[in-house]
Design a protein around this ligand. Structure first.
Ligand code: MF3
Ligand code: CO
Ligand code: CO
Length: 271
């Protein structure tokens, strides 16, 4: 087991998978407003994937010790940290929801990404958590270049998030990705600069920080084998991109027409 290095041809396959994963989020975006259920979001995601000719990586996904995941995407509302299962409860004004989409192309490449959505008018605290989690992800992304280390990514995210009074979830991390959903390396969203694996051109992994407004501890929701919530019931946010290490820096792979604008400190999606 080791970190796969993607060839030029592999990277082309991943560019397509990742763009399509981002386009699923674009497709559902206009529908995400008060009254829609997360099951309806899931149906729209599945409809888009069918049109694309991709399949969902999450339907039936079953890591050891888990039941098969039952939906085409994940919807994590308010204090749900990750892996929320779509259900029949309508979203209401003031909710925040992460939608996490992973598609597989016909060539077998996986593209994985997620965004936050604000439902109607939200509290200042909720807007701030979502916006700063987006920035935290980007603080991690801009660390990516040959010679940097995984610990640099985690440290940048942790320092930014904790500097704003938030906490970083420890139990879940980013991951290598390619012809498998979850490969090496693990990409922790906390850590020390100059530690862990050195980045090499052709590595491809996700950066997907889960940031809590309150304490960092999480627990199983309890009844479905998947849903993870904050222990203190505080709000949690997450954003995710799939990123390539290039000879000169990074290339963000999961981009499309509807990707949100870059934070002010970021100059480009490819360096
Ligand atoms: N897409 C998630 C990730 O970023 C994994 C979801 S697994 C599921 O790693 F089974 F919950 F869908
Ligand atoms: Co991921
Ligand atoms: Co994901």
């Amino acid at each position: 087991m080791s970190i796969t290095i993607k060839s030029a041809e592999d990277i082309e396959g991943m560019r397509l998978a990742c763009r399509l994963a981002s386009e699923v989020l674009d497709y559902i975006t206009p529908h995400i407003k008060p009254g829609i259920t997360t099951k309806e979001i899931d149906r729209l995601g599945a409809e888009c994937m069918a049109q694309q000719g991709t399949i969902s990586a999450t339907v039936g996904y079953q890591p050891p010790g888990y039941p098969p995941y039952p939906a085409s995407l994940c919807t994590s509302v308010n204090h749900v940290v990750c892996h929320g299962i779509p259900n029949d409860k309508p979203l209401k004004k003031g909710d925040i929801v992460n939608v996490d989409v992973t598609v597989i192309t016909k060539d077998g490449w996986y593209g994985d990404n997620s965004r936050m959505f604000l439902i109607g008018e939200c509290s200042i605290a909720a807007k701030r958590l979502s916006a700063l989690t987006f920035e935290a992800m980007w603080h991690g992304i801009v660390q990516v270049k040959p010679g940097a280390r995984l610990g640099d990514i985690g440290h940048a995210i942790q320092k930014f998030a904790e500097g704003h009074g938030f906490s970083v979830v420890r139990e879940f991390c980013g991951h290598g990705i390619g012809k498998k959903f979850h490969e090496e390396p693990q990409v922790l969203h906390y850590g020390k600069p100059g530690t862990l694996e050195e980045l090499v051109p052709g590595m491809m992994f996700t950066i997907e920080p889960m940031i809590n407004a309150g304490r960092r501890e999480v627990k199983d929701f309890g009844n479905d084998g998947w849903t993870i919530v904050t222990k203190d019931h505080s709000l949690s946010a997450q954003w995710e991109h799939t990123v390539l290490v290039t000879p000169t820096g990074y290339e963000v792979m999961t981009l499309s027409a509807g990707s949100p604008p870059l934070p002010p400190f970021v100059t480009a999606t490819t360096t």
